[in-house]
Design a protein around this ligand. Sequence first.
Ligand SMILES: Cc1ncc(C[n+]2csc(CCOP(=O)(O)OP(=O)(O)O)c2C)c(N)n1
Ligand code: SF4
Length: 353
Amino acid sequence: MSSSPQTGSPQPKPPATNRLGHPMNVYKGAESTLCAGCGHDSITAQLIRALWESDVDPYMVAKMSGIGCSSKTTAYFLNLSHGFNGVHGRAAAVATGSYLGNHKLLHVAVSGDGDTASIGLGNFLHMVRRNVPIVYVIENNGVYGLTKGQFSATADKGSTLKRGWVNEMEPIDCCALAIEMGCEYVARSFSGDIKQLVPLLKGAIAHHGTAVVDVVSPCVTFNNHEGSTKSLKYARDHEEPLHGIDFVPYYEQIKVDYEPGTVQEIELHDGSRLLLKKLARDYDPTNKAAALAMLEEARRNKLFLTGLIYHNPQRSPNLGEQMNLTDEPLALLPDERLRPPAEAMEKLMAMYR
Ligand SMILES: Cc1ncc(C[n+]2csc(CCOP(=O)(O)OP(=O)(O)O)c2C)c(N)n1
Ligand code: SF4
């Protein structure tokens, strides 16, 4: 006897899919092991959304990173993609090499501010100068998170560490540097600003050359002051361990939603304050000199300017175009097409005899 169709109970809605027919969870990765409340996790969530909404084929992505809490995040999105963790500061270099091997892949590099602005600065600048097509995300928390909070080169002058040390040095502004080096897509945002970050990432994904997205991303370990009952030390001294794992206090992620052209003050987990200024709707991002002047003015007023800071709609050739790369990726060419024939080698050698 056939069972009659059930009536009355609503059918569960199938998950929304993108143009490739994938639900968003196809773009997810492993469970994050970062501290609860870390800004980097918000950026991962926005990257997942931006890749999904951009209909990116997950099998055609290469995720590159160095070493650091930020660099760990490539494991937390796009399970189905290619990925490589390089040495600290070398995301730009390994992504450049990977791009030359297979320029059909979308290259996404995730880096920290220590990674990019200190040890990896030279690599970063040369990636930009060569206009390597890479979505380069800087998860900028002003500290070396993974190695327990030393100042990074983007830390503001006058900011203090948990133990009271004051940063006496001027910060490096990765956006200004990128514009100086010829980058044609430069944006800055805040990790908790979903409305702003997703479209900026989508723009970066669609860009044909290097796209730098510098995202201010709070590190909750700022809150680990001696004497605080939320500190790691306090927790270690007072916890009754159930498992042999580190205790990291739980914090809420900081979320913001504010209008273009306005300033938003944010209190970070350690009680310090950050002033974000969103570029006005009528801001023209195509004027390079004005973009640099705007960044300088923001720096003088201790503001973080957010939005699409610079975009050159007249695109310059990217690295692949400059090098006349074959349409077929080098990685897929058979040996006989990759190796120069014996006569060509002989001719070349003859030139040096
Ligand atoms: C060549 C090299 N130098 C130094 C280190 C030690 N190290 C690992 S992560 C890190 C800093 C990470 O800071 P950042 O790039 O700002 O990322 P975050 O952890 O704050 O996300 C350092 C110095 C290393 N692993 N390799
Ligand atoms: S140490 Fe800081 S940067 Fe690293 S996971 Fe924790 S909150 Fe995030």
